[in-house]
Design a protein around this ligand. Sequence first.
Ligand code: 26Q
Length: 768
Amino acid sequence: MKFQKKEFLNDVERILRADYACDIRHANKKELYNAVSKAVMQEVYPDWAASSAVDKKRCGYFSAEFLMGRAIYNNLMNLGILDDVRGALASVGEDLGQFEEVEDAALGNGGLGRLAACYLESAASTGLPLDGYGIRYRYGLFRQLFVDGYQKEEGDDWLKWGDPWSVREERDATIVHFSDMDILAVPYDMPIFGYKNGVVNTLRLWSSEPVRPFDFELFDTMKGDAKAVENFNATKICDVLYPNDNTMVGKMLRLRQQYFMVSASLQDIVRKYKATGKDLRKLPEKYCFQLNDTHPVLAIPELLRILRVQGLSFEEAFEVCHKAFNFTNHTIMAEALEKWDALALSDLLPDVYEQIVACQDRLSEQQPDSSRFFIVRDGIVHMANLAIYVSSKVNGVAEIHTEILKKETFKDWYELFPEKFVNITNGITPRRWILLNNPELAKVIDSKIGDAWHTDLKQLAGLKPYVGEILPDFKRIKAENKRKLAAYIKEREGVEIPENFIFDIQIKRLHEYKRQLMNAFSILHFYYGIKEGSIKDFPPTAFIFGAKAAPGYYMAKAVIKLINEIAKLVNGDAEVSKFMRVVFVQDYDVSYAEKLVCAADVSEQISTAGMEASGTGNMKFMLNGTVTLGTMDGANVEICEEAGRENNYIFGATVDEVAVIKRSYNPSAIINSSPELKRVTDALIDGTFSDERGVLKRLHESLVSGHEPDRYLVAYDFADYIRVKETLLRDYGTDAFYTKSLLNLCAAGKFSADRSVKDYAELIWKIK
Ligand code: 26Q
């Protein structure tokens, strides 16, 4: 995009005058943000219209979550005008950095939602026609704060800043029909800019509104009362993003959200396709759809329904769906595989349920063994099975994950449809995850190998011969990033971190399988060791955590409390705090992640083997030159393949070992035979920490009692973890260590989301 400073500033002034009756000098941050964004938006229309007008096959990425992060810097960078806008604002005394305080739209929970955002950016940047379809939640993921060490949630009112990067497309509004009410779906389109290539794809997010504005006449009559309120309640469907990650809660409102989003999207797409006059049987020649986990799988019976209404036979409609739909699985955790009560579903969406039953009947005819193959069984609809049965392709998100899907989770289905199963290892967009968050390091790389790696990340391998040469620059930039992060943490959390400390970082959703608890135990272990003198010359380390726990996830919240208690103990200890600091940052989000990943010395990826489908945070750290302290799980396995296991710090039971261990696992025996482990687990119950609500006690119980004590093998992996972690921390600071870190960066090419979306395009979508 070409940029003219004078015209740009004129546009900003004009928008400020029209929208806020003020000028640049008097505008506040929010007003200026909106005006600057709108001044850019008014220039993008021609490219946007041109990109969507091209008559080639497109893919729709259907997802309940899109975790976009802050839009303005990424958009300006991809349009190639980041420095221009910065300069123009500076010339009138304004700092572009002030927009960092603008809330970003957190319309996602974690990995799955952020992956969708990375894929949209990468598809635009590689020129692939991929559009996102989802929900415009009124409130995104909750904002987190700590009170007394406990997590508290607050609503994320992201629209209070306005939404200058979206356009309301009234003319595409569509009615979505439920058995008890009709709801108006209104799309808001967000442009997705390719990196300096003029491509503009679309993220279309649907908002729910009453079909008619609030009906006061109905409200006034006794009988109409309920009806009017119900009509008003329509807006509620999109009120809030469910804050669960990797666990399923069978809430009817969530079912409504899912149907709302897929029905609106498909009605819209089919209507546009029909307008071209083509045969609906050939729809898959123009469109295909990627189902981001089970959340949008109702799209399958919904498209069947729509096609049947249009006169296709069930077999014809089934064939269209088979060709058009593909399914990505992101988890093997049984509790996250979505299931719905068949009665509830058939009550709310009878016509849709009818199509699900027709699929089940078709399946039964082909595969009478209903113990292995079923969609509806014992009154429960299994969404993953429906997706696998109908889709052309089913993919896992890392090699090890796809193997587990084939061998275990979906073993029977794999035997039936081996050709359906493919692996597409996840990726991240290098634009946001190095160019934007670590520009100084990017410049050093440019100076050695040019800038083609910005869109061809494999070229980072060409940096290998220069690793020795750039070591001093790398150290200097890492130190600078650490200094900035420490200042930011001081300001936001009130915790001081000396710059010379090692930055050991674990940031991700809080979940038992991710084992933040094991990390916490290791810290406590080091604390006791330093205190009693059994650990000498401990390399000064800051242990940094960031994570949100689902509000209803008791154990996850208990872990937050524990870590905050440990932080109090450690940071308040005059002696030990010379060697350790602990901080759990509040309200961890995409913007916080950008600051953390470029300042890390250690990337903690310590899930129980077999549990983390892929992980993408691990890739972000790697790309910024950080070694992984991790298990052989998810994409860690491929990180080691690419960067060398010897350049990372791997520990713990492997997937195969986990299976064996679990057959006769007795965590209490391990705890009781290890004084170190005994000491740190006892700390939960011996009064070391204040535990007025008894949450730490419950945490302890989860390790030693109940149906499946220590389900995630914390006790089993603890000793190996400590051993490898201490080795790592003692390696830190040498040239050999920095070389390892940089070699990880050089080997990060595979984990570009550009590669991932190209794989999808070639293997699955068949689009160019
Ligand atoms: C389901 C039903 C009801 C309510 C919530 C949910 C729900 C919501 C979100 C279930 C799962 C999720 C999110 C899952 C997720 O983020 N999975 C992660 O996906 C990443 C991208 O593929 C992987 O890298 C991670 O390993 C995986 O945990």
